[in-house]
Design a protein around this ligand. Structure first.
Ligand code: GLN
Ligand code: ZN
Length: 762
């Protein structure tokens, strides 16, 4: 009989009760005992749900008080010295200290979990040798068994993945660290085996990235060691997010099961399986239900795939499962009361995915009438959305089809535009500007709430926004900035604001997913063809421009960022969605230009987030991402200055793509990466306008004139002064009023000094 399983379940709860409990504990409103008991209730609820739905192999130890990589580090006593940990069970103060910092010790770094929007705490190896502080998987297994009679499947982060994601050690010490960790893993597994555990899931997503021969050797060492230490324990070696690179090496490892992703790694994994078969002594964990997307699957399409897999490995050796942990999707669609029924019926969040998995296993076993009806119903839901008006906007589809075959070029090359723009704008050497947003005070947030609740009329709200713009135009003039912004007071975030005004988007009430720690995000859903239905930003920008003689920059979020921060439809390629967004934004760019706005910034901070895991696919992605940006911005006059902005620091391997976007000016983060980025310009003479962030907006600190002068001088060593702009690192939304004004004053002062020093030389 085919069995069903999932790889992990969302922690946050349908009402984000997990987040609320943890935050109440942090703020002192909940004591430790109450936290433990509330989180236990949440954990048991999730297990109960999976049991009720009929999942055979239910994961345990996928739950966390913050992050599962942090848990693994804590379990092995890998705790940086600065946290003054003294051995034994890791206290919550140390655990949360590593995640969030304490008054004496900085937090550990946090970074993206593969190509998802989940972030984990990076373990810091070094210091003392690891020790087992607690067998957490065992505790979790016992709890599920005792309270619910569930024979759980403990989930553990595999040694190779854990090591590769850790930092603080020299790569030449990898094997030494492996030697230190392996006995602890063995102890964990032996205790599980002694307890009678049948299956463990060892997550090794690192296997889908490029592995060296040394890594393959390490995998052999690890899994041979486990095989001899716990011969009776079944190990499911679990991969996800892409296809396995070195298939034959991986499937010959001495484990009882191999879990493969047949959603995000479908073609690669299927090809390997077809060409090379599957070992007769192993179980295949077939990840056919998408653990990352929010859409109902076409089960009629999944069945032939499962049949094909069953033919290769035989039915009794197949487990139907999610492609990865369900951590990456919201909890349930049940509470969505405002979506159209066509849309709602086509969605499957974690709970609904449990149903899909179980239904597929039933369908594999028998074609009972009941199963047939269910399959029919789900197929119908998928088709209904497919045929909806929103997915069939001819005008958008035709426009995008023609865009796809055009070269989105500006009318003139940059050097000619530069001359025309200099003549028009008459900006001084080293023009100063900001990135867009100004402090969103409590007053601003309050006003937005009142308006959303309907307590304020549109007029009242708009008048309030205008007042904020007035105030900040005055501030900017007084500070002496050259290019002003309206301040983005009308926006809560960079994507929602645009999504609400474009067709093709929907917003859930409860579609939250964990981003990092207790922080959850509720991404918009791009479910239909995206269409421009009227001005997005013209009103505020035009108003701001009417209040000053200096240029006001219009402010838009770029197509790739909107896409990467949303849940998107899967019936058309991402590239097409990007062009649809770009085409809509182009209409806004043109509307701004027509309204007299001659500088327009299209922010693309999230370009890097969409980078495919497979190296060979990265160039293709970057090419269409760049093209989408150009589609949005290429139709303006030569004197109209296109700006863009990117925040995070890992751009050094992407400079060519950034240049290919052909923005007249880019502003980019550099202060946090301590000049690393500046360094990457040394090899590559960047030939477009560029503003390097001269101060870090993530801290309330007011940087001194000297400090910023240092940043400016450093940048001028590698960049052409004629093309150089001066600005903060990012938007100032989260900062306070006074520190913002003080910092910008210092920035302008530092600019004046730099102008005096460099004018003669230019
Ligand atoms: N224009 C946006 C702002 O200033 C940019 C934010 C971002 O890069 N994340 O807030
Ligand atoms: Zn930014």
């Amino acid at each position: 009989m085919v069995k069903s399983s999932v790889l992990g379940y969302p922690r946050i709860g349908a009402d984000r009760e997990w987040k609320k409990a943890i935050e109440a504990f942090w703020s002192g409103k909940l004591d430790e005992e109450a936290l433990h008991s509330q989180l236990q209730q949440i954990r048991l609820n999730h297990l109960r749900k999976q049991k009720e739905k009929g999942i055979d192999l239910i994961p345990v130890n996928d739950f966390s008080y913050y992050d599962h990589i942090l848990d693994t580090a804590a379990m092995f006593g890998i705790i940086p010295q600065r946290f003054a940990y003294e051995g034994g069970a890791v206290p919550l103060s140390v655990y949360y200290g590593m995640a969030r910092g304490t008054k004496d010790a900085a937090a550990s770094e946090m970074t993206k979990w593969f190509n998802t929007n989940y972030h984990y705490i990076v373990p810091e190896l070094g210091g003392t040798a690891p020790v087992l502080t607690e067998n957490k998987p065992l505790t979790a297994y016992r709890e599920a068994k005792q309270h619910l009679g569930i024979e759980g499947k403990p989930v553990i982060v595999g040694p190779l993945t854990f090591l590769k994601l850790s930092k603080g050690y020299d790569k030449s010490e990898t094997d030494a660290w492996l030697d230190r960790l392996l006995p602890l893993y063995v102890q964990v597994l032996q205790e599980l085996a002694a307890e009678g555990v049948q299956w463990v899931q060892i997550d090794e997503p690192i296997i889908v990235t490029k592995l060296s021969d040394d890594d393959i050797q390490r995998l052999n060492t690890i899994y041979s060691k486990f095989a001899s230490a716990v011969p009776n324990l079944n190990i499911m070696l679990q991969t996800y997010f892409e296809s396995v690179e070195r298939y034959s090496d991986i499937v010959s490892l001495p484990v009882q099961g191999i879990g493969l992703d047949f959603v995000h790694g479908l073609s690669g994994n299927l090809k390997s399986l077809q060409a090379q078969g599957f070992p007769a002594d192993k179980i295949l964990g077939a990840g056919v239900i998408d653990g990352r997307g929010i859409w109902k699957a076409s089960l009629r399409e999944k069945l032939p795939l499962l049949d094909e897999l069953a033919e290769i490995v035989s039915t009794d050796r197949l487990i139907v499962q999610s492609s990865c942990s369900l951590l990456h999707v919201p909890v349930t669609t049940e509470r969505e009361t405002k979506l159209s029924s066509v849309l709602k019926n086509a969605l499957a969040f974690a709970e609904e995915k449990l149903d899909e998995i179980v239904l597929l296993t039933k369908a594999m076993a028998s074609g009972s009438a009941e199963v047939e009806t269910e399959l029919e119903r789900s197929e119908h839901a998928v088709q209904a959305l497919q045929q909806s008006e929103e997915r069939n906007r001819r005008e958008v589809q035709e426009a995008v089809a023609s865009i796809s075959v055009q070269q989105p070029n500006r009318s003139r090359p940059f050097t000619e535009r530069y001359a025309a723009q200099q003549a028009k704008w008459q900006l001084p050497l080293f023009p100063t500007t900001t990135i867009g947003s100004f402090p969103q005070s409590a007053e601003v947030r309050k006003a937005r709430q009142l308006w959303r609740k309907g307590e304020w009329s549109n007029e009242q709200y708009s008048e309030f926004i205008h007042e904020q713009i007035d105030i900040w135009i005055r501030h900017q003039e007084e500070i002496g900035l050259d290019v002003l912004v309206h301040g983005e007071f009308e926006r809560t975030d960079m994507v929602e604001f645009f999504g609400e005004k474009l067709a093709g988007f929907a917003f859930t009430q409860n579609g939250w997913v964990q981003s990092y720690g207790s922080r959850c995000v509720k991404p918009p859903v791009i479910f239909g063809d995206v269409a421009f239905t009227g001005d997005l930003t013209v009103e505020e920008t035009k108003y701001a421009q009417s209040k000053t003689n200096r240029p006001v920059k219009g402010m838009l979020t770029g197509p790739i960022t909107i896409m990467n921060w949303s849940f998107v439809r899967e019936d058309i390629p991402r590239e097409q969605i990007a062009y649809q967004l770009a085409y809509a934004l182009r209409q806004e760019v043109e509307a701004l230009e027509k309204a007299g706005i001659g500088m327009i910034q299209v922010d693309e901070p999230a370009v890097r987030e969409g980078l495919p895991l497979k190296e060979e696919e990265q160039d293709g992605y970057l090419a269409w991402a760049v093209k989408a940006f150009r589609v949005a911005t290429c139709t303006v006059q030569e004197t109209t200055q296109i700006h863009t902005h990117m925040c995070y620091c890992e751009f050094h391997d992407m400079i060519d793509s950034i240049e290919a976007m052909d923005a007249d000016v880019i502003s980019i983060e550099t202060s946090r990466s301590h000049g690393e980025l500046i360094h990457s310009f040394e090899a590559n003479t960047y030939r477009l306008g560029i503003g390097l962030g001269v101060y870090d907006i993530h801290s309330p600190r007011v940087p001194s004139v000297e400090e910023m002068t240092g940043m400016i001088e450093r940048a001028l060593r590698v960049l052409d002064p004629k093309l150089f702009w001066i600005n903060p690192d990012c938007g100032l939304k989260t900062r306070g009023l006074e520190e913002t004004i003080a910092s910008l004053r210092n920035m302008v002062e530092a600019t004046k000094n730099a102008r005096e020093k460099h004018t003669a030389a230019v």
